[in-house]
Design a protein around this ligand. Structure first.
Ligand code: PHE
Length: 358
């Protein structure tokens, strides 16, 4: 192997050893630089004859080209390697699932309210909404509970200034004011159809479609422990017509409980009680035939036949119209349905609890 071939091989080996562009440029200087091996050989030809110069010069040129070729190959290889390394480092796995926002769900009590609305909806009840800041008149007086009535003390609530029909002054203690609000609107509407816009005052004894409504919503009382919260939910029910009796109340509410708990062997008990706005009145208790709650009577609602005074405050003639009302506790129903033992869990906003109902 002649000198030139050795130089070419050595250059190739040196270029291979270079792993960075800087190292490669250093190696290049040793062969192709001003005082590199090839340049030295060119200089060494000065003393040679013209013929010798020709042959050796051509050979050196070939060696130089071979080295330059090797240099370029290595440059390209290094650039390619650098690109690959960069691509690797910045690699993006587009097959990974994206980060998603947590999916929300309805609050367990909202689920219950939806369920109540669906079941009563299927029985022809409409749904009404009313104000949580209520006036004395709708919350008590119109419901046959005058100012000095002892029943008011069981409904201790949060009062603000005011206190006329148009200036609400308390947080409603139950959804029963909706009995009056809804019935008054209903009567007004159909009375106008019968008597025209000049409808006179007094009680209405004309014909009208039955009132059949539920009114779910938030209610307030000064009360707080594992089964009472100062803010809680109620759902009012009202059915007023010409021929509505306690028997219908029993039928409707029993049917509701069987549907709500998906259990037709659930037993109901109507326990005599007192409410100023119903007469007779009853607390409704339910009992599960089996399961962890079996054998216990659980109170779920107050109910009764609408008191004639209340029928009058609805603007109706109690000689013609009669009906029943009930007020149930959706919070309680939710606890029973899902086996929750502390009411406060519903209002703590703890996501670990709430996400179980998604
Ligand atoms: N409003 C009553 C309560 O809060 C419940 C009730 C409603 C009773 C309708 C009878 C009729 O306790």
């Amino acid at each position: 192997m002649n000198d030139l071939q050795t130089v070419v091989l050595a250059a190739r080996a040196a270029f291979e050893l270079a792993v960075t562009p800087a190292e490669l440029e250093n190696a290049k200087a040793q062969y192709l630089g001003k005082s590199g091996r090839i340049t030295d050989m060119m200089k060494g030809m000065a003393a040679l004859s013209v013929d010798e110069k020709k042959t050796l010069g051509a050979a050196i040129n070939l060696a130089k080209q071979a080295i330059e070729q090797a240099l370029n190959d290595r440059r390209q290889a290094l650039a390619e390697a650098e690109l690959q390394a960069q691509l690797q480092a910045e690699a993006l796995d587009v097959s990974l699932p994206g980060r998603q926002r947590g999916q929300g769900g309805l609050h367990p009590v909202s689920l219950t309210l939806e369920r109540i609305e669906a079941i009563f909806g299927s029985m022809g009840f409409e749904v009404a909404q009313g104000p949580e800041i209520e006036s004395d008149w709708f919350n008590f007086t119109a419901l046959n509970t005058p100012e000095d009535h002892p029943a008011r003390s069981m409904h201790d609530t949060f009062y603000v200034e005011g206190g006329t029909e148009t200036a609400p002054n308390l947080l409603r203690t139950h959804t029963s004011p909706m009995q009056i609000r809804h019935a008054v609107q209903h009567v007004k509407k159909y009375r106008q159809q019968v008597e025209g816009t000049a409808a006179t005052g007094g009680l209405f004894s004309g014909a009208m479609p039955e009132i059949r409504v539920i009114a779910p919503g938030r209610t307030y009382r000064v009360d707080s422990d594992a089964t009472h919260s100062p803010m809680f939910h109620q759902c009012e029910g009202l059915w007023v017509g010409e021929n509505v009796s306690f028997k219908d109340l029993k039928y409707v509410f029993t049917d509701f409980c069987h549907s709500f708990f998906e259990n037709d062997s659930l037993v109901l008990r109507f326990r005599p009680s007192f409410f100023p706005f119903t007469e007779p009145s009853a607390e409704i208790d339910i009992q599960f035939p089996s399961g962890p709650l079996a054998g216990r009577w659980l109170e779920v609602a107050g109910s009764g036949q609408v008191h004639p005074n209340v029928i009058c405050n609805m603007g109706l003639d109690p000689e013609r119209y009669i009906g029943f009302a009930f007020g149930m506790g959706p919070d309680r129903l939710t606890m029973l349905r899902y086996g929750v033992n502390d009411l406060r869990l519903f209002f703590d906003g703890d996501i670990r609890f709430l996400s179980q109902f998604r």
